[in-house]
Write a protein that binds this ligand. Structure first.
Ligand code: PGA
Length: 248
């Protein structure tokens, strides 16, 4: 099971970030077959990479990336910079980035540029709201096809999808597992069409208010292949309990 810890703009100091990473790493033996990907802010990546030393059980991810044209791009970080700093995964298209800067075209550029640089990409998709008009399926399909259309087959093994309904992020309750199950089936069908696959082996994670209390149900009843976790990944005890709760 893939567990992505999205620290967002946390913790507030490097010292706290180091401590958090050390506490998680020290429990590595108890992760079972789970793989944890820690995604700290850019500024902490190199320090955290020294602590977690990449292994089958833990790796380092970035929360964003920029794919430029070789010209001047003040404030941005390229896939190659990430790769050479010990990063193996990058989150692309998180709704919090989509809401301030990232258009569908930018998400596609980031995804292709990162895959070309041999990073693994966690592509986030998810509808903004859910109402009776079933439009949310179209929204998710459009995001997937805009990002993945004509993706060369050789990149598929480095792709992970994180389905994150925007209305469930940062809230007190996650999505109902039965609704998630339905969406997972839909996403698999869309991926089969867009990528012209016979069978979809791309992991589909769920994100949005996952806690130690609901993680197991989301995986078992929602059929998720893993989780993308925000707030709960910053509380060490809860995060470690969450990991043990999904050991099979
Ligand atoms: P949350 O965040 O777990 O705090 O809801 C999830 C996310 O934004 O990836």
């Amino acid at each position: 099971m893939l567990i992505v810890a999205n620290w967002k703009m946390n913790p507030e100091t490097l010292e706290k970030a180091r401590n958090l990473a050390i506490e998680i790493k020290n429990k590595k033996r108890k992760f079972g077959a789970n793989k944890i990907i820690i995604c700290p802010p850019f500024i902490y990546l190199i320090e955290i990479s020294k602590i977690i030393s990449q292994s089958v059980k833990m790796s380092l991810g970035a929360q964003d990336v920029f794919v430029g044209d070789g010209q001047s791009h003040t404030g941005e970080v390229s896939p190659l910079m990430l790769k050479s700093s010990g990063v193996s995964h990058v989150i692309v298209g998180h709704s919090e980035k989509r809401s301030i800067t990232d258009t569908d075209d930018m998400v596609r550029e980031k995804l292709f540029g990162s895959l070309e640089s041999k990073l693994k990409v966690i592509l986030c998709v998810g509808e903004k709201e859910r109402n009776s008009e079933v439009r949310y399926f179209d929204e998710v399909r459009d995001q997937l096809s805009s990002a993945l259309n004509k993706l060369p087959k050789k990149y598929i093994k480095n792709l992970v999808i994180a389905y994150e309904p925007v209305w469930a992020i940062g809230k007190s309750e996650a999505m109902e597992p039965t609704d998630l199950h339905e969406m997972n089936i839909f996403i698999k069908r869309v991926l089969t069409d867009i990528l012209k696959l016979k069978e979809v082996k791309i992991p589909i994670l769920y994100g949005g208010s996952v806690t130690k209390g609901n993680a197991r149900e989301i995986i078992e009843k929602g059929n998720a292949d893993g989780l993308l976790i925000g707030r709960e990944s910053l509380k060490v005890e809860n995060f470690l309990e969450l990991i043990s709760s999904i050991l099979s």
